[in-house]
Design a protein around this ligand. Structure first.
Ligand SMILES: Nc1ncnc2c1ncn2[C@@H]1O[C@H](COP(=O)(O)OP(=O)(O)OP(=O)(O)O)[C@@H](O)[C@H]1O
Length: 270
């Protein structure tokens, strides 16, 4: 369990990125921070592995204030995946994935074995292991980034807009893959995005943020859609424009679900 207790962050130049943020992120679930640019998503995410320390308040992992933990050890115990994969260009895929394992003192042989294993977990076969990042597609690079985040088998995986820079089809594929991974691996995932559809697809708990890390609403996607807290949330999730309104049309004795644009999206189960 991750807990933010009255956390605030003011940067050296006076920017108040987060004002007063409190929330519990339950273990083995995915919490998604969603909001427009500059609302403090990345700042909140990076507080979990102490890439950023709060100016006020505390972040706790399993009831331990992480300010008391060694920064380097903490960071290596938590998976981190970012938007542009962050892979080292002059290192092979295998070396990139195994980098944290080597830093943790694992032998090269064992690190290579584990890296191969985790590459397979994210859907990359062994032929990619000896390649360099530039020889991979954007989607494959992101998979390597996810593999690296998972290599040390962390309990917590932080993901900062990991699928933001790939085309929509690949993005869709990576999102489905992450859902499968989460089902199999059962991690505590903290995911940042500005895309509300992505948030609703991936999040068990979705946190809609306003500027300064103010929580507009937090809840399961279905609860937010059923009871948006205010007009800001309605508008942010697209309820005000009817974009999420589905209706049913009867055709040949079956109930077809049709979206706001008139496109058939499915059949109601009986
Ligand atoms: N190192 C820094 N120094 C000063 N201000 C910063 C620093 N890092 C972030 N900020 C500011 O803090 C605020 C929150 O930034 P943050 O990156 O957390 O937002 P975000 O919601 O992740 O935005 P985006 O979606 O654009 O990545 C912004 O106003 C940003 O400009």
């Amino acid at each position: 369990m991750i807990e933010y207790r009255s956390v605030a962050k003011t940067f050296a130049d006076g920017t108040e990125a987060v004002n007063d943020f409190s929330l519990v992120l339950p273990s083995r679930t995915t919490t998604v921070f969603v909001g427009s640019s500059g609302c403090g998503k990345t700042t909140l995410l990076r507080m979990v592995n102490r890439m950023i320390d709060p100016t006020h308040g505390q972040v706790l992992i399993d009831d331990v204030d992480i300010a008391t933990r060694n920064k380097v050890k903490l960071r290596r115990s938590i998976g981190y995946v970012m938007q542009h994969s962050g892979l080292l260009p002059h290192r092979t895929v295998l070396d990139n994935v195994g980098s944290v394992l080597r830093l943790n003192g694992m032998s090269r042989k064992e690190a290579d074995r584990r890296s191969q294993e985790v590459l397979e977990t994210v859907g990359l076969d062994s032929s990619h292991a000896s390649k360099y990042p530039s020889q991979l597609s954007g989607g494959q690079q992101q998979r390597v980034g996810v593999a690296r985040g998972l290599a040390a088998d962390p309990n917590i995986l932080l993901m900062d807009e990991p699928f933001g820079a790939v085309d929509p089809i690949v993005r869709d594929e990576l999102q489905r893959e992450l859902l499968r991974l989460q089902h199999d691996l059962d991690k505590t995932i903290v995911f940042v995005t500005h895309d509300v559809d992505e948030a609703f697809l991936l999040g068990d708990q979705v946190v809609i943020l306003k500027q300064g890390g103010e929580i507009a609403q937090v809840g399961a996607p279905a609860d937010i859609l059923a009871s948006p807290a205010d007009e800001f949330v309605s508008s942010f999730v697209g309820l005000d424009r009817g974009g999420r309104t589905l209706h049913v049309e009867e055709r040949d004795g079956r109930s077809i679900v049709v979206d706001a644009s008139g496109k058939a999206t499915g059949v109601l189960a009986r």
